[in-house]
Design a protein around this ligand. Structure first.
Ligand SMILES: Cc1ncc(COP(=O)(O)O)c(C=O)c1O
Length: 361
């Protein structure tokens, strides 16, 4: 590994027992954060872990004007033996750099990024919650800090990592969500930024989510931006369609879809339990027909925050399409148990996806 050292500052520690029993998602943060800065002359430098604290920026910093900014999201899981697992965090570091490349931002060497995450989580291990299905959410971010209103590749950046003890994204746990098939708005277009985790994609999605909520649904199902015909994603999750005990299909990565770590893991686990797995262009009209004929037996979203979110009801052109009687199905349940079993160390990690952080006792 290239030389990389992280200064660790003294921090006033709070007691994680002060957290409410209902953690919610992304509302509480730990005592420390990681940060390092970049400029063209020195590259990444001044890496340090210090107090979680405000960031002071010039009002003309490029992120405020051009939105040059990326982030990612992964989790640390409390094992029954008290140690802590990271799950495929190397993939998040890789995706962070793919997002950086798309936004003309500098990469963070993946092994340094992973080392920073591991060190921060090790220092904050007290904050990894232990209630069922809770975790410590890890949020790495990079912002363009250079003072310049021109639309061009910036030369100065801040990279930081914060941690949040969380419950699953959907408070009700493993129960079905309802989705509104958006015909008014699109999330991302091929050739755009949909495959990068950059805030503009999410800012632009809020109006559609608000519309979905106003119409009585929880999330948005996104169709492709060009033909408004093929399925892209659901909310901030990838989507899967189950055909009985036979097959699992998910939209192929088109450039408009975020390549999810959960998606890649579920595709592997589905193949492991004998399903025929395919990544293809999925015509929404065909999905509607296949739900009506009973060929499609389950639909679910998949992502780090929600893990697996079974879809019970789809609102499309003024009517409701109900999947599996509105209830979570057996394949979603089984894949959820398999995935979380590996993440929390309850099942053997046969694919080598976890990294254990030793907890000082
Ligand atoms: C738009 C979008 N799709 C899919 C996902 C799922 O990706 P992952 O499984 O890596 O969390 C996310 C979350 O990161 C997302 O923001």
């Amino acid at each position: 590994m290239a030389e990389f050292s992280i200064d660790v500052e003294a921090v006033t520690e709070r007691d994680p027992a002060s957290l409410p029993a209902e953690l919610g998602f992304g509302r509480h943060f730990t005592d420390r954060m990681f940060r390092q800065t970049y400029d063209a002359e020195r590259g990444w430098h001044a890496a340090k872990i210090g107090p979680y604290s405000p960031i002071v920026l010039d009002p003309a910093a490029q992120l405020f004007h051009n939105g040059q900014m990326i982030f990612d999201g992964t989790k640390a899981y409390r094992r029954a033996d008290g140690h802590v697992n990271l799950f495929r965090t190397d993939r998040n570091c890789e995706r962070f750099n793919n997002s950086a490349a798309r936004m003309c931002m500098p990469p963070v060497p993946a092994e340094q990024h992973l080392a920073a995450i591991e060190k921060l989580v090790a220092l904050e291990q007290r904050w990894v919650p232990s209630a069922p299905n809770t975790a410590l959410y890890i949020r790495p971010v990079m912002i363009a800090t250079e003072r310049d209103l021109a639309v061009k590749a910036p030369r100065e950046y801040l990279h930081f990592i914060i941690l949040s003890p969380v419950a699953p994204y959907f408070a009700a746990g493993f129960s079905s969500v309802s989705v509104y098939v958006s015909e008014e708005y699109v999330r991302a277009v091929r050739g755009g930024t949909g495959a990068a985790k950059t805030p503009g994609n999410y800012a632009g999605s809020v109006a559609a989510t608000e519309l979905a909520i106003a119409k009585g649904y929880q999330q948005v199902l996104w169709l492709d931006a060009v033909e408004r015909r093929y399925v892209d994603e659901v909310g901030a999750m990838n989507i899967a369609f189950v055909y009985g005990n036979e097959a699992l299909k998910t939209p192929a990565l088109s450039g408009a879809i975020l390549p999810g770590v959960t998606r890649a893991s579920i595709l592997q686990l589905a193949a492991d339990i004998g399903l025929t797995v395919s990544e293809e262009r999925i015509d929404f009209a065909q999905v509607v027909a296949d739900i009506a004929s009973g060929r499609v037996t389950e639909v679910f979203g998949m992502g780090t925050g929600a893990v697996i979110a079974p879809v019970g009801r789809l609102g499309y052109q003024g009517r409701d399409i109900v999947v599996n009687g509105g209830e979570p199905g057996p394949i979603a349940r089984r894949l959820f148990d398999e995935l979380t079993g590996i993440q929390y160390g309850r099942l053997p990690d046969r694919h080598g996806w976890t990294r254990r952080i030793e907890v000082k006792k």
